[in-house]
Design a protein around this ligand. Structure first.
Ligand code: NAP
Length: 250
């Protein structure tokens, strides 16, 4: 028996239009799951093509994760489409300013997408999983769940919240069959890090500190997510798993 096989499962992935979320959706399809994606923009032709090549489905539901009603509607639509076995909260946003200049509306918008929406999505998708006594929830934490970062106080606060929400929900739902865990990516070359990549000095400083000697690729994180979504991880609850090429060990 292949305990990593997700054949017959349906996974919801937020933020699958690009970056890490797209990589996770690809990993879940490659493991045999059907996928429902939730974000504002459309999914790529590559993701749709992978689903059809594997004779699986990918359904794209538009949602604005800064809007409570939009999230409520997207959850209802996803649950009316399929039994959702796996929820991966990958969507996230980043805004950089010095703390003294950080507008409170920017603080709220980061917290709303990165923390409040994650809680609303977990709360919305958990009840049918609890009724069945099984389900997997994987949240995207960050190195800034552990460290403070520079010029990103709202993001650091939001990712600290994701780590703590993961543990809080684990304590309530592990006895009832849901595994709630998080993965904490290190530095991945996505749109979110465009400003860091464009800054040659900063980019070089970061690379030099990563023991693995390179930034992460989408497949580095999707392997960890597929593992946590699979029955191989049935006894793993409430962890925040760094996938960082060794950054935190340094
Ligand atoms: P990204 O390339 O910027 O993609 C962000 C995704 O989130 C997009 O699919 C975007 O979709 C969606 N999103 C953003 N705001 C949204 C909103 N208001 N409503 C709906 N969807 C929204 O980011 P990424 O680097 O892949 O990051 C994915 C996750 O990993 C995030 O939670 C991030 O914090 C975390 N992470 C990333 C890194 C890294 O190095 N890249 C490191 C640690 C943690 P639309 O624009 O189409 O809506």
């Amino acid at each position: 028996m292949n305990t990593y096989d997700l054949t017959g499962k349906t996974a919801v992935v937020t933020g699958a239009s690009r970056g890490i979320g797209q990589g996770i959706a690809e990993g879940l399809l490659n493991a045999g799951a059907n996928v429902i994606t939730l974000q504002r923009g459309p999914i790529t032709a590559d993701l749709a093509a992978l689903a059809s090549a594997r004779q699986l489905t990918v359904e794209d539901i538009a949602v604005d994760l800064s809007n409570e009603q939009s999230i409520t509607d997207a959850i209802a639509r996803a649950l009316s489409t399929a039994q959702v076995d796996i929820l991966v909260n990958s969507a996230g946003t980043q805004i950089r300013h010095d703390s003294t200049d950080f507008p409170l509306e920017d603080y709220d918008s980061v917290m709303n997408v990165n923390a409040r929406a994650v809680f609303q999505l977990c709360k919305g998708f958990a009840p049918p999983m609890l009724e069945r006594g099984s389900g997997k929830i994987i949240n995207l934490a960050s190195l800034l769940s552990f460290q403070g970062g520079l010029r990103v106080p709202a993001y650091a606060a939001s990712k600290g919240a994701v780590a703590q929400l993961t543990k809080a929900m684990c304590n309530e739902w592990a006895p009832r069959g849901i595994n709630v865990n998080a993965v904490a990516p290190g530095y991945f070359a996505t749109d979110m890090n465009a400003a860091l990549i464009a800054d040659a000095d900063r980019s070089e400083q970061i690379s030099a500190r990563i023991p693995a000697g390179r930034w992460g690729k989408a497949e580095d994180i999707s392997g960890a997510v597929v593992f946590l979504a699979s029955s191989a991880a049935d006894y793993i609850n409430g962890v925040v798993l760094p996938v960082d090429g060794g950054w935190l060990a340094r």
